[in-house]
Design a protein around this ligand. Structure first.
Ligand code: PLP
Length: 328
């Protein structure tokens, strides 16, 4: 059996039990390890679906150009789709993202435009604005817009959610996920709650993002926003893919907890994952330990690990970088 191209290898990622890190917890904790996708992150899933839907609507025509603003992983997924389907791919990203992510985009033939990180989202220099402008200026181009394009959520509703349901034989009771665009948490949560409405969904946010406070107070408080190091998770805009109605609780962790947990995942579980995976696991363990009294051996929690540690070799997995940022 073979795939007709690399896109056939997207999805069907493993679900792996967390052992040492979950010591003492009454319930079982499983991790959905999304680095097994060909572009090494869960964003391959949305790249495939967003492009297929854009083609079906006629927004993207043969020989056209895919344009996206990305922290790196969506760009890698779109670059793979562009190769398989014969499109040009232009990605805007920010100075915050790791060099590894930019190297991957270029290795996969994407054209990369690096924009400043410390400007407002609606500033014409921001990576959101530049992507929008490039899509307007380039003939036969389509701006994918993973923030507000609901095909992002649909991809996880169609693939990640059903995979988790099948892999746990319908026994999942708690889902934990970070959120950037919100596509991952919203898509998986929607599918799982349709199967079993009593499944609890818990979001994990980095300090510096809007979402945690919005969930708990209903207020979009721009004072909450401050720069943080964790890439991919959290947001300084309210993305349309983020559906708070599907989320039951929200917890948050800081950069130090995030980076240290990513390193522990590697050393104690052999799971070499990215920063937002460290964030998700740190938040999961914090929440599960705080709710330990209400948990039993029948509870089954799943946490989403979005990408690979290889994207952060010169950051989280480099002692000098960790020391420089006071994270060790
Ligand atoms: C590394 C990483 N983790 C987590 C996320 C968040 O996933 P979502 O955008 O589906 O909320 C992203 C999104 O950009 C990401 O790049």
């Amino acid at each position: 059996m073979w795939h007709k191209d690399i896109l056939g290898a997207v999805g069907n990622t493993p679900l792996v039990r967390i052992n040492r890190l979950a010591t003492g917890l009454p319930c079982t904790l499983l991790a959905k390890v999304e680095s097994f996708n060909p572009g090494a992150s869960l964003k391959d899933r949305i790249a495939v679906v967003m492009v297929e839907k854009a083609e079906a609507r006629g927004d993207l025509k043969p020989g056209g150009t895919i344009v996206e603003g990305t922290s790196g992983n969506t760009g890698a997924g779109l670059a793979l789709v562009a190769i398989a389907k014969g499109y040009r791919c232009i990605c805007t990203t920010t100075t915050k993202q790791s060099q590894e992510k930019i190297d991957v985009l270029e290795a996969l033939g994407a054209e990369v435009v690096i924009c400043p990180n410390d400007v407002d989202a609606d500033d014409p220099r921001s990576y959101y604005s530049v992507a929008r402008r490039l899509a307007e200026e380039t003939p036969n181009a389509f701006y994918m817009n993973q923030y507000d394009n609901l095909d992002n959520t649909k991809a996880h509703y169609l693939t990640t959610g059903p995979e988790i349901w099948a892999q746990t034989e319908g026994k999942i009771t708690h889902l934990f996920s970070g959120a950037g665009t919100g596509g991952t948490i919203s898509g998986i949560a929607r599918y799982l709650k349709e199967q079993n409405p009593s499944i609890r969904v818990i979001g994990v946010d980095p300090f510096g993002s809007l979402y945690h406070k919005y969930f708990h107070t209903g207020e979009v408080d721009m004072n909450e926003i401050h720069p943080y190091l964790t890439e991919g998770a959290g947001e300084d805009i309210m993305a349309k893919n983020m559906d708070f109605d599907l989320v039951d609780d929200y917890t948050r962790v800081n950069d130090k907890q995030t980076m240290q947990m990513a390193r522990r995942l590697a050393r104690e579980e052999g799971i070499f994952a990215g920063q937002s995976s460290g964030l998700a696991v740190a938040g999961t363990l914090q929440w599960l330990r705080a709710h330990e009294a209400s948990l039993t051996a029948n509870h089954l929690a799943v946490v989403i690990l979005p990408d690979s540690g290889f994207r952060y070799l010169r950051k989280t997995y480099n002692d000098d970088w960790m020391r420089e940022h006071g994270l060790l």
